[in-house]
Design a protein around this ligand. Structure first.
Ligand SMILES: Cc1cc2nc3c(=O)[nH]c(=O)nc-3n(C[C@H](O)[C@H](O)[C@H](O)COP(=O)(O)OP(=O)(O)OC[C@H]3O[C@@H](n4cnc5c(N)ncnc54)[C@H](O)[C@@H]3O)c2cc1C
Ligand SMILES: Cc1cc2nc3c(=O)[nH]c(=O)nc-3n(C[C@H](O)[C@H](O)[C@H](O)COP(=O)(O)O)c2cc1C
Ligand code: SF4
Length: 642
């Protein structure tokens, strides 16, 4: 049997789940501003239930409007919301999945705009990351919130949910009470460890009283805050048995809070798969209730081993559910080659939600969040479609138009597909980016789409062959600002260094500290070379607030790399790079100068297509150099709309 541990059923307080695969809560931004559940949210969740997952825990659901973490967070704060909430279990039950509602209060980790009032917290200490001022909760308000959790749990039961999860993790209100980092009260709810545990234990007890003994209730915790001044794993090992005694039927073992360096709660590609299982195991050693493990686990085989080893009883796969909703069914059938893997890039999901204030999706799955629109209709009539460029935009366009039944051909001037993903996958921890190319090629092969490599499409060919529609996905080429000496032999572009077209030697000077420059520096440092990065901007363009940004900065610093900001390159010379900084000129010695100063669109065929009156669309970097998300999503849209 494939995955004997992961696919075995388990019963939690009378609720039998068909397998141990869990979709953990993930805020999407698909809810409505009045707290109701939207058609979009239901369709997105239902797609994941169809994919074979046993237990689906909804995203955060506010128990009180003032506890909302984002403006369209779904709500459970009044009875009128029950019929809307009921749509979720109804949809999930159709596919044999169990449905749990995650009950949430954000405390200080929100904005006044979302909470509709000054956010409240154990103490009036603003969120370190958000900086939003907050108010310390009165004893009356504490009592009201304990009641709010209990009432919301009862509403979840009335709505047909099989269980509730209390959000005690990630630095939100419950976690804030537990932590000396955010709780500096001197009353019954703060000070000693026992007092800091009180609010959470009272919530568990109140919820249990309200929903009865036969309803599954569990809590999600951050097993270790991993912040200076916060609580640690030993604290959680003392709390966990008390939680079980107060009435929880399971513990969902997450890690980290907002301020944890490197965002380990939603660990990026730089963190090892399964890194948090050791904490699940530590909690399992102190409680008898099932423990749900989570943290950068996307491969069902890893989950199966973890359960088999006794690290956890169930495993949550978070972002993997966004990238491929069917991965559990595929894994159960042994079709690993068909799985589209999450890269842990965070760009399309959590960073889009929290930094761009847009609803979550997945960079590599353009259908994530669009399930409610249904599959596009078959093409009538089927057309002869040419896709020029086999980078992410071109491959996504080809898949979408082939799925509609068009006769698609893909042309690529290089000898392999992937475009810039070839170089983007070379820096440390990024090899997984090429997996998307492999799974896309497999899909195109299934649709019998011819792939023409080493084939540069030009004006003459378009004139002769006259395809009925063209998608221009020619990407972008490195930008070449007018710097004297750029043509010297010691100069190479980052993409050529990363793909091995140019053999690196040190000392190296990298020009540009954007992601491409920083990742190239990381790549070269890992090879043992001395690296200096020169950047014109006075502050780092790559923020340490993102998981990848944080680890990039850390590795470069730890590896002895030098980052020099506010450096204006004057010229490249045989011996190195001359630059001006703070009114004085310097020369940084180099045997290799790597350029990473942006990209410019390659869209020269546009004029030809206009002349020939061939319908076309331009997608991805060819339109404007941006990211994988835009390339794949635009390619998909263009392919779907022909
Ligand atoms: C080192 C590096 C790291 C990166 N890391 C990230 C990251 O972590 N996250 C992120 O979001 N983005 C990243 N990017 C950017 C990302 O790779 C691009 O935004 C994305 O690849 C753009 O996709 P595209 O399909 O539009 O173009 P491209 O990937 O450039 O693909 C275009 C393809 O078209 C082909 N082509 C061009 N003209 C013709 C023609 N006339 N005939 C046939 N074929 C043609 C090219 O050979 C190429 O294969 C990175 C880029 C680099 C260089
Ligand atoms: C877009 C996004 C939103 C999230 N929202 C929530 C949430 O509402 N509640 C919660 O407890 N965790 C939330 N998380 C954390 C996930 O539940 C999960 O613990 C995390 O993604 C790590 O698991 P993974 O590595 O399998 O993705 C969110 C994660 C993402 C990516
Ligand atoms: S955007 Fe990146 S991290 Fe988020 S689900 Fe997609 S691949 Fe995973």
């Amino acid at each position: 049997m494939q995955l004997p541990h992961l696919l075995a059923p388990i019963t939690i307080n009378g609720m039998t789940i068909k397998n141990r695969a869990v979709m953990p809560p993930m805020g999407t931004g698909y809810g409505n501003a009045d707290g109701t559940v939207s058609e979009r949210l239901v369709a997105y969740l239902e797609q994941r239930a169809k994919g074979g997952t046993g237990l689906i825990i909804t995203e955060v659901c506010a128990v009180d409007p003032r506890g909302k973490g984002f403006p369209n967070e779904i709500g459970g704060w009044k009875d009128e919301l029950i019929p809307s909430l009921a749509r979720i279990p109804q949809a999930l039950h159709r596919h044999g999945a169990k449905a749990a509602l995650q009950l949430h209060h954000a405390g200080r980790e929100t904005f006044e705009l979302a909470a509709g009032a000054m956010p409240e917290a154990p103490s009036a200490i603003p969120s370190v990351i958000l900086g939003q001022p907050c108010e310390a909760m009165s004893l009356e308000r504490i009592a009201a919130m304990i009641k709010a959790f209990a009432l919301a749990a009862a509403r979840a039961r009335s709505a047909g949910f099989d269980a509730v999860e209390l959000h005690g993790a990630h630095g939100y209100l419950l976690n804030q009470f537990l932590s000396p980092f955010s709780n500096q009260r001197d009353d019954l709810y703060g000070g000693s460890e026992e007092n800091r545990m009180r609010f959470v234990l009272e919530i568990v007890a109140a919820v249990r009283r309200k929903v009865g003994d036969d309803f599954p209730v569990w809590i999600r915790v951050s097993a270790d805050e991993l912040v200076k001044g916060g609580y640690d794993l030993a604290f959680m090992q003392r709390l966990a048995p008390k939680l079980a005694a107060a009435g929880v039927n399971a513990i969902h073992c997450s890690v980290g809070v907002y301020s944890t360096p490197g965002n380990l709660a939603i660990a990026g590609m730089d963190t090892d798969p399964g890194f948090n299982l050791l904490r699940a195991r530590a909690l399992k050693s102190v409680v008898d209730v099932p423990v749900i493990g989570v943290g950068r686990i996307n491969d069902p085989r890893l989950a199966d081993e973890a359960i088999g080893r006794g690290d956890a009883d169930l495993i949550s796969f978070g972002r993997q559910h966004l990238t491929d909703p069917d991965f559990i069914n595929k894994a159960a059938a042994g079709n690993y080659d068909d799985i589209r893997w999450c890269t842990a890039c965070n760009q399309g999901c959590i960073e889009r939600l929290s930094f761009e204030m847009k609803s979550a999706t997945c960079s590599f799955n353009p259908e994530c969040g669009r399930e409610y629109k249904g599959a596009p209709a078959k093409a009538e009539p089927a057309k002869r479609v040419w896709v020029i460029g086999a980078g992410p935009a071109g491959l996504a366009a080809a898949m979408a138009s082939a799925a509609r039944g068009h006769r698609v051909e893909v042309f690529e001037k290089e000898d392999a597909p992937g475009g810039q993903l070839q170089s983007a996958s070379k820096p440390p921890h990024k090899a997984v980016f090429l997996d998307w190319v492999k799974s896309s090629l497999r899909q195109l092969e299934k649709c019998s789409v011819p792939m023409h490599y080493r084939h540069t499409v030009g004006a003459d060919e378009l004139k002769q062959q006259r395809p009925e529609a063209v998608i221009l996905a020619c990407g972008a080429l490195p930008a070449t600002p007018p710097i004297p000496g750029l043509k010297l032999k010691i100069v190479a572009d980052a993409r050529d260094v990363l793909t091995g077209k140019v053999a690196p030697s040190g000392p190296v000077v990298v020009l540009g500290a954007g992601y491409v420059g920083m990742e190239t520096a990381d790549f070269l440092l890992a090879k043992g070379l001395a690296v200096t990065v020169l950047e014109l901007l006075p502050t780092p363009p790559v923020t340490k607030l993102t998981a990848h940004g944080y680890w990039l900065h850390k590795r470069i610093k730890d590896g002895g790399g030098r980052l020099i900001f506010g450096a204006q390159v004057v010229a490249i010379e045989d011996a190195g790079v001359r630059y001006r900084r703070a009114e004085s000129e310097h020369v940084e010695p180099a045997t290799l100068v790597v350029t990473a100063m942006g990209a410019k669109s390659e869209n020269t065929l546009q004029a030809v297509l206009k002349d020939l009156s061939i319908p076309f669309s331009i997608v991805g970097d060819a339109k404007n150099p941006r990211r994988i998300l835009e390339a794949i999503h635009e390619g998909h849209k263009a392919g779907s709309e022909i």
